[in-house]
Design a protein around this ligand. Structure first.
Ligand SMILES: [Zn+2]
Length: 322
């Protein structure tokens, strides 16, 4: 039955064409921001898991930290982020002052390659460790800093919707709460030459904005200011520039308050996103339930917009090593 067979073949071919047309019509290209918005269920699931009791506050060197790391590595993998040097895990150790035994931590580093400047890197960083368990009470650290670690995954997934001019390194730091140990280990033993790191965009406490997100770093790298002002003009959360002026009252200058300090010390520009301390800061009540999903998503929209603008703008002028 050759005729019938060929009719069937034609029908199948026509159907395929229709399906192809249909799928094109149903799935227009999405922007990274649209991808981020469409990803909110996964975003919240990631945050819920990383700040859940089984992870026991993700203290450096604990099983909870290893669980967090495994989850982040799987998240990197499924977002198409590639291990740097063949592995995501970058172990390091340090000797705390006055102690006889070295302590160990593990950074997680993955990357994606830029289309125009593969040799130039934007580091997007967030520490995944927190305070662990104290007196039998779990410090879940949902805002500090499951929110930043979760953001690494969400940003990596959103960026799959586009190419970036520059390469991006996603870095989940360990042992921030022990004195920015992971960040110092990164700059001491970098996966790529530090001269090729254009900027560190560090996220530490980015969920509990209360409507106000801070961007620090412009005082040290003035080229960031017009870019941030442009982003602020249309930001869904108020984006304030500051907390970076040397000589400001104690606690007001956040230049050395989180992992970006290690980059600053190397003369690498930084952009730090974070919120004001809140009543649950470093308390066992820094829980998932206290995060407003809308506030968190709006903060990430602003951070992603800034990252895309940075990618368009690089290179920036660097400041002299302090
Ligand atoms: Zn923190």
């Amino acid at each position: 039955m050759p005729i019938a067979a060929s009719k069937t073949a034609a029908a199948v071919a026509a159907l395929c064409l229709c399906v192809a047309c249909g799928s094109r019509a149903q799935a227009p290209p999405v922007t990274p921001l649209e991808a981020l918005s469409a990803d909110s269920v996964q975003l919240l699931e990631d945050l819920r898991y990383l700040s859940s009791d089984p992870l026991a506050g993700r203290a450096t060197g604990t099983q909870g930290a290893a669980l967090a790391r495994a989850y982040l590595a799987e998240g990197f993998r499924s977002a198409g982020v590639e291990p740097v040097g063949g592995v995501f895990d970058w172990p390091f150790s340090w000797l705390p002052a006055g102690e006889a035994e070295a302590r160990e931590g593990v950074n997680l580093i993955g990357g994606r390659t830029g289309s125009e400047h593969p040799e130039r890197y934007i580091v997007v960083s967030a520490h995944y460790d927190h305070l662990g368990v104290r007196d039998g009470v779990v410090f879940n650290g949902a805002d500090d800093n499951a929110s930043g670690a979760t953001a690494l995954l969400a940003i990596a997934r959103a960026l799959r919707a586009t190419t970036t001019r520059n390469s991006i390194l996603f870095v989940a730091f360990d042992a921030e709460e022990s004195g920015l140990r992971g960040a110092h280990a990164f700059v001491a033993d970098p996966p790529v030459p530090l001269e090729q790191v254009a900027i560190d965009v560090n996220l530490d406490m980015v969920a509990r904005t209360g409507g106000l997100l801070w961007a620090a770093g412009g005082a040290h790298t003035p080229a960031l200011v017009p870019l941030l002002e442009r982003v602020a003009a249309t930001s869904p959360v108020e984006l304030a520039l500051g907390h970076d002026r040397p000589g400001a009252p104690e606690g007001d200058d956040w230049t050395r308050s989180s992992d970006h300090a290690a980059f600053f010390q190397e003369g690498i520009p930084f952009l730090y996103f974070g919120v004001e301390d809140h009543p649950d800061y470093h308390r066992p009540t820094d829980d998932f339930e206290n995060v407003d999903p809308g506030e968190y998503l709006n903060a990430l929209r602003t951070i992603l917009t800034t990252l895309l603008a940075l990618d368009e703008t690089l290179p920036l002028e660097t400041h002299p090593t302090p």
